[in-house]
Structures are given as C-alpha cells and as structure tokens.
Design a protein around this ligand. Structure first.
Ligand code: ATP
Length: 138
C-alpha cells in the first residue's frame, strides 16, 4: 500500500513532517481515519489527538484544532499549536485548566472572554486526555 505524506504547519513553521501509513485526525464532526488513496478532503479540526501510524507503531500528537487538507496522498494540517505527547507539560496544562475554570466562573466577563476561557479549557483538557490515553494504551 502507498504512503501518506503529511505535514503540520504552525506559526513556528513546519513542526512535523513524515511519510506514514495511517492518520486518525480529530475532525470537527469526530475522528476520521485516513488511509492512502483517500478522496480529496478539506475540513476543520477540533482540539484533540492526532494518531500517526507508521510501520505498525502509533504516535500521538496534540493539535489545537485548525485546518486539514488532503489531496493526492498529501496531508497538510494548519494548527495554532501542536505537540507530540512526550512534549506535553502536564503541570502547565493543569495550570491552564485551573485558570480557565476560574475565568469561566466569573460573572462579570464579556462573551468574548468567556469564549476564550472555554477554548483554553478545551485545549488544556485535551492535552491532559492525550497524555492519559497514551498511558492507558501502554
Ligand atoms: P497556556 O495558558 O499554558 O499558554 P494555552 O492553551 O493558552 O496554554 P496555546 O496557545 O495552545 O497555549 O499554545 C501556546 C504555545 O505553548 C504553543 O507553542 C504550544 O505548543 C505551547 N504549549 C501550551 N501548553 C502546553 C503544554 N501543556 N505543554 C507543552 N507545550 C504547551
């Protein structure tokens, strides 16, 4: 079977690039498994886990959401941030979660602040979930 070439691009540049057998991506409507020879596809992603399978081995990457594009076995993910599971700082994610929960508890904030706190909460929860899932797979 062929391979998928994929790249994750953030504001920092290309943070990940590889030739792989399978990708599972956190689509806006749920997880999508992508194999080589898939039809062209463009969609949005939600904050979550990207699973990369290569030579029978799976690796996990947190993506903060963004855009997914697939054409001719080439996948490009544009995300605000992306970290390999081993790069996730658990204490930092827990702090971010606490801060977001505190902000969401304030009654005085504007809708924009509330939406921002909710998005930050979702990112921190997903970072922790990616770490947790990795542990439970071992
Ligand atoms: P924080 O409030 O801790 O900054 P955040 O969700 O607001 O969290 P992002 O805006 O998603 O952070 O990311 C900013 C940068 O920090 C990105 O480069 C991202 O990869 C990195 N980053 C954020 N949280 C973590 C974490 N828990 N572990 C490792 N890197 C992180």
């Amino acid at each position: 079977m062929g391979k998928l070439s994929f790249e994750i691009v953030t504001a920092e540049g290309v943070v990940h690039s590889d030739e792989v057998d399978l990708l599972v991506v956190p689509g806006i409507d749920g997880e999508m498994a992508i194999l080589p020879s898939h039809a062209p596809l463009m969609t949005m992603l939600q904050p979550g886990e990207l699973i990369v399978r290569k030579g029978g081995e799976d690796t996990s990457i947190f993506v903060s959401g963004g855009f997914f594009e697939l054409m001719n076995d080439k996948v490009t993910i544009l995300a605000d941030s992306a970290e390999r599971v081993e790069e996730i700082d658990i204490a930092r994610a827990e702090e971010a979660k606490k801060r977001a929960e505190e902000k969401m508890g304030l009654r005085t904030q504007t809708d924009i602040d509330a939406a921002r706190a909710e998005a930050a909460l979702r990112r921190s929860l997903m970072r922790l979930k990616v770490v947790e899932r990795r542990r439970s797979r071992r």
